[in-house]
Every structure is written in C-alpha cells, then in structure tokens.
Design a protein around this ligand. Sequence first.
Ligand SMILES: Cc1cc2nc3c(=O)[nH]c(=O)nc-3n(C[C@H](O)[C@H](O)[C@H](O)COP(=O)(O)O)c2cc1C
Length: 208
Amino acid sequence: MRVVAFCGSCHKNGNTAKTLKRVLAGAQSQGAETEIIYLGDYHIKPCTGCRVCERTHQCTIKGDDIDPIHDAIRRADAVVAGTPTYYGDITGLYKLFVDRCYPFVEVVRHDAKTRELVFGSILKNIKPGVMVAVSGGMGPEIFDSHRKVTSYCFNDINAYIMREVLVPYTTWTPVNEEHPVWQEAFDAGVELAGRVKSGDHPEVVNEI
Ligand SMILES: Cc1cc2nc3c(=O)[nH]c(=O)nc-3n(C[C@H](O)[C@H](O)[C@H](O)COP(=O)(O)O)c2cc1C
C-alpha cells in the first residue's frame, strides 16, 4: 500500500508539512509505504488551457517536472493533499499542481443541449484521500475554497476526500506535538490506511 502526500507550501517543516507528515506517520503505523512530494521542489509550468489532454490524456507542456508528480499519482493507493491559506485561498503552488492534473480527466458526459458536463477519471483505482488545510489568522470558514478545489482535483484522479484535517489560527497556535492536530492527523492516516485495506469506498466517487 502506497500513500502519497502533496505539500502546497514551500516550508518543508512548516505547519502544512508537519501535519502531512503526521498523516503519513499514521498510515505507516498500519504498514503503508509513504512519500511526501514538496511541490516547491518541482518546476511546474502553468496549464496553458489547450485542452488537448481531454482527448489524448497527454500534457502538451514540455520542459518541466510534472512527469514524476503524475507518476506518483498513478502509483498511489491513497492521497493526502495539503495547502496553507494565502490571501484567503489556496497557494499558487497548490493551484499549479491541481490544474496540471487535468490529463487524468475523462469527460463522461458533454451535452450542449442540456448543458450537462460531467467529469470522471481515466485512473481506475479508487483512492481515499485526506485534505489538510492550514491558515494563519483566519478561521475555518476560509477553507471552503480549499475543499472545493481539492475535491475537483481528487475527482479527476479518482480520489475522494475521506477526511479533512483543518488547522486554522496557526499564527497563535503553530503545529507541534502539543497541538490537538498532532493526534488528529495521525488518526486520519490510520483511518486512511484502513480504508485502503477494507476497500470500502463510497459508491459514487468519480463524477462531478
Ligand atoms: C503570502 C501569504 C499570505 C497569507 N495569507 C493568509 C490569509 O489570507 N489568511 C490566513 O489565515 N493566513 C494567511 N497566511 C498565513 C499562512 O496561511 C500561515 O502562516 C500558514 O501556517 C503557513 O503554512 P506553512 O507553515 O505550511 O507554510 C499567509 C501567509 C503568506 C506567506
């Protein structure tokens, strides 16, 4: 079982990374192999919006580091994705990653008459996921955007948000061993691994 985490902060020992690592520690305790991808280590060009990948499932952008990130997604049995809040929203780094997941999309229905547009994923293995959302001074209401974008992204890679780990107000309470999220994140990782083992996924997880 392989659990892969994606970190949308450049801080490798910041609040987001620490929380992600605790989720992975929980999964490891259940025998999972884990990997953390610090998105800041990768050169990710912005999606050009050519939409060629809707048909080919290949990205036309050359000369950046998206391939190893896509390979990590393909290999994952479960995913963990985390981002801090910048200007009331996800970070630009996280959005670069999300937008470049588009080659995994499968257009399930595209009906101009009814205006129905449904996206699924070309990836066939369903993956439970944990979303980590972090903020400094703002409260958890700010995480609606993080949730929306992450759920769209997860849809396209055939994952679903099994559990959220929300970490508001880190300006006053940074993540450390004393923080309640220390245990909560670990438990989320344990549950994540358990879900992979049980294969007990919700029925419709792959359509938006
Ligand atoms: C450019 C920038 C913008 C930020 N904007 C917000 C914000 O709008 N709301 C908020 O609550 N925190 C904001 N923060 C604070 C971060 O979300 C907070 O410090 C977080 O813990 C950083 O996560 P990290 O340690 O994983 O990098 C901002 C921080 C930076 C650097």
